[in-house]
Design a protein around this ligand. Sequence first.
Ligand SMILES: C[S@@+](CC[C@H](N)C(=O)[O-])C[C@H]1O[C@@H](n2cnc3c(N)ncnc32)[C@H](O)[C@@H]1O
Length: 300
Amino acid sequence: MATLVQQPLVMACTGWDSYRLLDSGAGRKWESFGPHAFVRPEPQALWQPRHAEWPAAGEFIPGSDEDGGGRWHFMQDLPDNGWPLAWDDVRFTAKPTPFRHLQFFPDMAPVWEWMRGQLDGLSEAETLNLFGYTGLGSLALSRHGKVTHVDASKKSVAQARENAALSAMADRPIRWLVDDAAKFTAREVRRGRRYDGIILDPPKFGRGPDGEVWRLEDHLPGLIGDCARLLDANSRFLFLTVYAVRMSSLAIAGLLQQALGHLPGQIEHGDLAVREDSAKEAGGARLLPTAIFARGSNPG
Ligand SMILES: C[S@@+](CC[C@H](N)C(=O)[O-])C[C@H]1O[C@@H](n2cnc3c(N)ncnc32)[C@H](O)[C@@H]1O
């Protein structure tokens, strides 16, 4: 019976060569993505910045509406096709997108590491990455066996395949699927499939390739129910992140508790965060929250 650990956790990204949170405050953050630094809006940086100047190649100026919009202002020329970065053995291309991020989410790094830890000892695991975007999670998982990567965006899946080639992982057994996450998962349930681990990072709102509407509050419970049907007592994990939604990690942990209650293991929850690169400064390193998560794990 999966039991809920009530105390919340923080999974903090501490930064590495290809990504650092240099400073934050006054509603913005200053980050380096390898050789280039950028300034982006960050409503949760309520404190004051530590540095007077934030030299950067570009800044994203948000539009007036809270939910998106805005555009990049570049102070320096950047390579037209982006530039290569790495996390562990995964290589990928970073490039500013109109959606204010750079083709990957660095706060997921501790999640990639945690998932690999859960699969420790397995070399023929089968894992599923729903809403997989540009594939960094799928490439990280592919060390342990077959991966099914699902995303509604043809462009993101093409980018994911390019990242696989850049990582010299093009021959790994990864199924790259342009599909609606909820429809695909329901189909897998009907086919009687099982997985050793599932990760899902759904947006608040999205659309499948045929215009299927994804609205987190409406569709997440059904999708988690279907994910649970793809797991069994030998499966290792289910990892769910939620961002940009007013919701507590206890709420999504409750959803996992309901769906995974019949399986062994435990359910934990908390915040994903990025640790500022300023540990030596007075007051210590600050933690910038980025998302909430709930995870079910079973050591097997
Ligand atoms: C925030 S991204 C996920 C980030 C990714 N997990 C990572 O760490 O790089 C959300 C993704 O969901 C995809 N998406 C939106 N609606 C979808 C749907 N109905 N079915 C499948 N994917 C969808 C988008 O194309 C986008 O790539």
